[in-house]
Design a protein around this ligand. Structure first.
Ligand code: BV8
Ligand code: ZN
Length: 246
């Protein structure tokens, strides 16, 4: 696979890189994206399920939807795109800033990850915030009650209208601003404030490389837009990397 000369020069001189990832990097692991042609938002409105009011109106329905997604995620495996990002750590200082809640970057071996929208493996009580990540709660197909105070237990994911975890966002933004290259992989870049991450990188002078199967809202900011799947493109870039950094 041929890459632009300017990109290879950037790769050669780079020290710090950031991967800003979205659902597209997990598509090849069999996890549906949100807005693509087979996206889950096509079947139902995010407002119906991925927000706090929906949860309070019908906790069992929302909990069941997350159980369904957890089952899919537990059976899923990281794909070549996740493993390639983990492999980059052999050559460079790598930070992963992900919108995904599927834990696949961690399972692929990445060590510095900021999860902007939470993690589906974690749950907490909405009243006393006790965390419940033990497998016993995985089996409940109704919204479980807190053992301490009887409050409702919810998935530790960021719903629409909710604040992002401030430390994760701030640390992710800092890594993006200090990066030499910011890869934007598998995201439609329509969800804010997460989508500010590559914009902050760009404003701080980082070289923006988009990897997607189609153009997106981020393409106009990209210094280099590579059309293709993450599972195919990223391993090719790692091969180049090992050639350049030998
Ligand atoms: C908040 C829950 C306010 C977890 C999700 C401006 C500023 C701030 C907020 C807003 C704003 N404008 C609008 C808002 C409100 C809203 C928002 O952004 N709405 C959008 C839809 C217009 N934002 C919020 O509500 C956020 N909260 O701002 O709170 C506030 C402020 C102060 C005080 C209190 C409150 C919270 C946003 C988080 C919402 N949670 N999910 C869950 O159940 O999963 S959103 C959902 O979208 C997921 O988290 C996902 O991560 C995120 C982004 O989607 P993508 O990852 O990009 O996935 P998508 O399917 O869209 O795209 C996939 C891409 O991959 C495609 O481009 C496709 O081509 C590509 N692809 C496919 N296959 C491949 C591939 N690429 C490469 N290889 C492949 N093989
Ligand atoms: Zn409680």
């Amino acid at each position: 696979m041929q890459f632009k000369k300017e990109f290879l020069e950037k790769l050669q001189s780079a020290k710090k890189i950031v991967f800003f990832t979205g659902a597209g990097i997990s598509a090849e692991s069999g996890i549906s994206t949100f807005r693509g042609k087979d996206g889950i938002w096509n079947k139902m409105k995010p407002e119906e399920l991925a927000n706090f009011d929906a949860f309070m109106r019908n906790p069992d329905l929302v909990w069941e939807w997350y159980q369904h997604r957890r089952d899919i995620i537990h059976k899923a495996r990281p794909n070549a795109g996740h493993y390639a990002i983990a492999e980059f750590e052999k050559y460079l200082d790598v930070t992963v800033v992900t919108q995904n809640i599927d834990n696949l970057h961690r399972r692929a071996g990445s060590t510095k990850i900021f999860e902007l929208h939470g993690n589906i493996e974690r749950n907490y009580c909405i009243d006393c915030r006790t965390s419940y990540n033990a497998p016993q709660f995985e089996l409940a197909n109704k919204a479980p009650k807190c053992e301490k105070c009887g409050g409702l237990v919810r998935p530790d994911v960021v719903w629409f209208g909710e604040m992002l975890p401030q430390d994760e966002f701030r640390e992710g933004e800092k890594a993006a601003e200090w990066s030499d290259i910011c890869f934007v992989v598998g995201t439609s870049a329509v969800v804010y404030p997460a989508a500010y991450i590559p914009i902050s990188a760009k404003q701080a002078g980082s070289y923006i490389v988009e990897i997607n199967v189609e153009p997106t809202d981020m393409t106009r900011y990209a210094d280099y837009s590579i059309l293709g799947t993450a599972g195919e493109i990223l391993p090719n870039i790692v091969d180049e990397m090992s050639r350049l950094k030998m």
